[in-house]
Design a protein around this ligand. Structure first.
Ligand code: AMP
Ligand code: ZN
Length: 115
């Protein structure tokens, strides 16, 4: 738990948040401002500020994030049509919450390149 971190506070139950999935390593939130019919945030319980702070110790955790994202895409029925897992690192890429998280987006056609 890191002071003044939104996601740490949600994980600790200090700020309300609805988890659509949780286990010992991650929680998954419905994004408050969805950018697709399905927009979830896979959030490690461990406070890591950005992708740049990930270390070899976190390799298994990041693999787990992708496993969870894939299983949720299947469970919610948008895996086959296609989905995106996105991590924004630092302001220029659009990061606004300083606790590493992975957007799982699906349920619509995605364009490339991303904005
Ligand atoms: P990023 O801009 O990549 O750091 O992603 C942060 C995401 O968190 C944005 O998509 C926000 O809409 C989302 N968000 C902000 N506050 C909340 C909240 N209280 N519950 C769920 N999602 C949130
Ligand atoms: Zn945090």
């Amino acid at each position: 738990m890191t002071d003044n971190c939104l996601f740490c506070k949600i994980i600790a139950g200090e700020i309300p948040g609805k988890f659509i999935y949780e286990d010992d390593r991650v929680v998954v939130l419905q994004d408050i401002a969805p950018q697709a019919p399905h927009h979830y945030l896979v959030v490690p319980r461990k406070h890591i500020r950005t992708t740049l702070e990930l270390t070899a110790e976190d390799n298994e955790l990041v693999g787990h994030v992708y496993q969870v994202a894939s299983r949720l895409a299947e469970k919610h029925g948008f895996a086959k049509e296609g989905f995106r897992v996105v991590n924004n690192c630092n302001e220029g890429a659009g990061q606004t919450v300083w606790h590493v998280h992975f957007h799982l987006l699906g349920g619509r056609t995605m364009t490339w390149p991303p904005g």
